[in-house]
Write a protein that binds this ligand. Structure first.
Ligand SMILES: [Zn+2]
Length: 403
């Protein structure tokens, strides 16, 4: 369908040029002749033979590049890129750039589209060079070029280069502000991106054992975006690695105010910290207090697990039975069945449990709130839409049976 529309556009553009050329004795679309070039007839033949790809090539050659036909060439290149025919898209856009007589604004647009082609083709170094030039030369495309540079540096995991470019995208008078102030941004607010870039750098610092730098980076992440749960969780983990369990617990408790839907993610870290201080019994009461204010399936599972370990089976089962009435979930049923002892389990119980567990394994437990991408665990970066911090446990998003 896209091909047909595109071919129609090309045919009309060429025919219009020929007609105007004849009428005004001044060819607009191709060189000095008022006759359509042979490529036009070749294109028509290909079209009639049903060979759309060859027809597109022939029409492109017939359609001279000038300011009037520029948009058609750009549209053609973009359609080819979207169809995955990146090499042909590159040829179309390079052909535009080979015409320095075009107005500068059009050359800059061709420049941008060629950079997008290179990104699609995975030729990131070439795209980077074009985009850096565009940032220097084109005021109109500077912001979008910087956004594409971020895309490249994210793919290369070059976080310091990403931070440098992202800071240029921040509003000038608020270099370090919360995400609320970047509502006018296209895509995710830059402050949200910066917070995640800092988290990535902090993770590397933690691996190196450089806790001081890690703390600084995570504090910076929270200055960029005070709602960045990842920064808080990372700081809690870092304090634990640095032998500061009390500080870790203090930090982790602030997750509830940032994003109660992430509380279950806090549990393993808090358990480890409390264990090391000999205060494990405090964990259950803390989680139950949170559950009263924000009941979610993952938190119910975490509490049941904790009750099972610290108090016993009955306490865990009673809690699960009550929470399942309010929030039905397959994961809850599976956990309840696993807690049954042999006297409670019927003959079919192993089969029932196995079946439910298989169903759970086949279902996705997490979903991106931006694009709907689903997977089995929490990731901070969505591979579907390339957004940061948008993946949630389905048990926190109010979906029926939530995995
Ligand atoms: Zn997504």
């Amino acid at each position: 369908m896209i091909d047909l529309l595109l071919l129609l556009t090309l045919t009309v553009a060429i025919a219009a040029g020929w007609w105007l050329g004849r009428r005004g004795n001044r060819p607009l679309i191709w060189g000095s002749s008022a006759q359509p070039p042979s490529e036009y007839y070749r294109g028509l033949n290909f079209l009639l033979d049903g060979s759309q790809d060859n027809a597109i090539d022939a029409f492109t050659q017939a359609l001279e590049v000038n300011a009037e036909t520029f948009d058609t060439h750009i549209a053609l290149g973009n359609v080819l890129r979207r169809r995955g025919e990146v090499e042909r898209a590159i040829r179309v856009h390079q052909n535009l750039l080979a015409r320095p007589s075009l107005p500068q604004t059009q050359l800059h647009l061709a420049h941008l589209e060629l950079a997008r082609d290179y990104i699609s083709a995975g030729l990131l170094d070439r795209a980077e060079k074009l985009l850096i030039d565009l940032v220097a030369e084109s005021g109109n495309h500077r912001r979008v070029a910087r956004r594409h540079l971020l895309e490249i540096y994210e793919a290369q995991r070059d976080w310091s280069a990403a931070c440098e470019v992202a800071e240029e995208l921040l509003p000038k008078r608020s270099l370090i502000k919360s995400a609320d102030n970047a509502a006018d941004e296209v895509g995710q607010p830059v402050s949200v991106l910066l917070a995640h870039y800092c988290c990535e750098q902090a993770a590397l610092a933690r691996v190196r054992g450089d806790y001081g730098e890690g703390r600084e980076l995570l504090a910076k992440a929270l200055r960029y975006d005070k709602a960045c749960v990842r920064a808080t969780l990372s700081l809690g983990a870092l304090e634990l690695s640095a032998g500061q369990p009390e500080q870790s617990i203090k930090v982790l408790k602030t997750v509830f105010d940032q994003g109660p839907e992430y509380l279950a993610e806090v549990t393993p870290l808090m358990r480890e910290a409390m264990d090391s201080l000999g205060i494990r019994k405090n964990l259950c009461s803390y989680l139950e207090g949170c559950f009263e204010r924000s009941p979610t399936t993952p938190l119910a599972l975490a509490i049941a697990h904790e009750l099972h370990v610290t108090i016993g089976n009955e306490a865990a089962k009673n809690f699960l039975r009550k929470s399942l009435k309010d929030k039905p979930s397959l994961r809850g049923v599976a956990l309840l069945m696993s807690l049954h002892d042999s006297s409670e389990a019927g003959d079919d119980e192993p089969l029932e449990r196995e079946t439910i567990e298989k169903i759970i394994d086949q279902r996705f437990s997490h979903r991106c709130t931006h694009c709907g991408f689903r997977n089995q665990q929490l990731h901070w970066y969505c591979p579907g839409c390339k957004h940061w911090g948008t993946i949630r446990d389905l048990g926190t998003t109010g979906e029926a049976l939530n995995g």
